[in-house]
Design a protein around this ligand. Structure first.
Ligand code: CTP
Length: 226
């Protein structure tokens, strides 16, 4: 079993970028897909680490694997980088905020008349940063990287573009507008794409079952590497 000797690092949930002491920018990710993947990884891998943004505490209570809690996209990036090592597999199911406020107000922003303009600045792209680290660090040369693509339109085109741009080994596309594939749903409808553009289309199934299928695909890919 190709995963038996691997350390699997799964990320899940949203990140939070604070505007002021009471408000933040985030997204609707529940973390359920990441948790299902970490549960499945724990049954197969040598070691499992789940790095998560703010998720419902009940969903991660009593987990038998290592949990690392982060809040911001930068926090997620540094937790991912420090968890990677030889024989690692990274599954990026998290939905990190792509932007953060240019300035965080130390005090609550007061309501004024008219529109409020908030300037945002780009956050690092974690997968792109990991791809660079892999290129420059021989201990990460065998790192297997799986990404996710949450799309609403041009789904296949966008997923393949991300696979290439982020230098991934595979990408799991889910069209979040489809019934049964939404953010806090317990089911998902995933199509997995590989570097050679081949794909595995999964029907609607529980996130637990989808996780097993995703790990089967990773395992097959690792076996074909020899
Ligand atoms: N991702 C990342 N770093 C970010 C944003 C996303 O590593 N700052 C990862 C996600 O965890 C996911 C993949 O990149 O595995 C695709 O995320 P997605 O939100 O679908 O795409 P983005 O790259 O953010 O592009 P866009 O928002 O334009 O669709």
């Amino acid at each position: 079993m190709a995963l038996k000797n691997k350390k699997i690092i799964v990320t899940g949930g949203p990140t939070r970028e604070w505007l002021d002491p009471v408000r933040y920018i985030s997204n609707a990710s529940s973390g359920k897909m990441g948790i299902a993947l970490a549960d499945a990884s724990f049954r197969r891998a040598k070691e499992t680490i789940f790095i998560h943004g703010p998720v419902d505490r009940g969903l991660i209570a009593d987990k038998p694997y290592k949990l690392i809690s982060v809040e911001t996209t930068e926090g997620l990036l540094s937790a991912v980088l420090s968890s990677l090592g030889p024989d690692s597999v990274l599954i990026m199911a998290a939905a990190p905020a792509d932007y953060k406020p240019l300035e965080k107000s130390a005090v609550k922003i007061k309501k004024t008349d008219g529109n409020l303009v908030i300037r945002l600045t780009e956050n690092p792209d974690i997968l792109k940063t990991v791809a660079i680290a892999k290129e420059n660090n021989s201990s990460l040369s065998d790192l297997f990287i799986a990404g996710f693509a949450a799309e609403t339109d041009n789904t296949e085109h966008n997923a393949l573009k991300k696979l290439r741009a982020k230098n991934l080994d595979m990408i799991c596309l889910n069209d979040v507008t489809r019934e049964g594939a939404g953010f806090s749903s317990d089911s998902n409808i995933i199509t997995i794409f590989f570097r050679d553009r081949s794909k595995v289309e999964l029907p609607i199934m529980s996130k637990a079952d989808a996780s097993e299928q995703i790990l089967n695909c990773i395992e097959k890919e690792l076996q074909s590497r020899g």
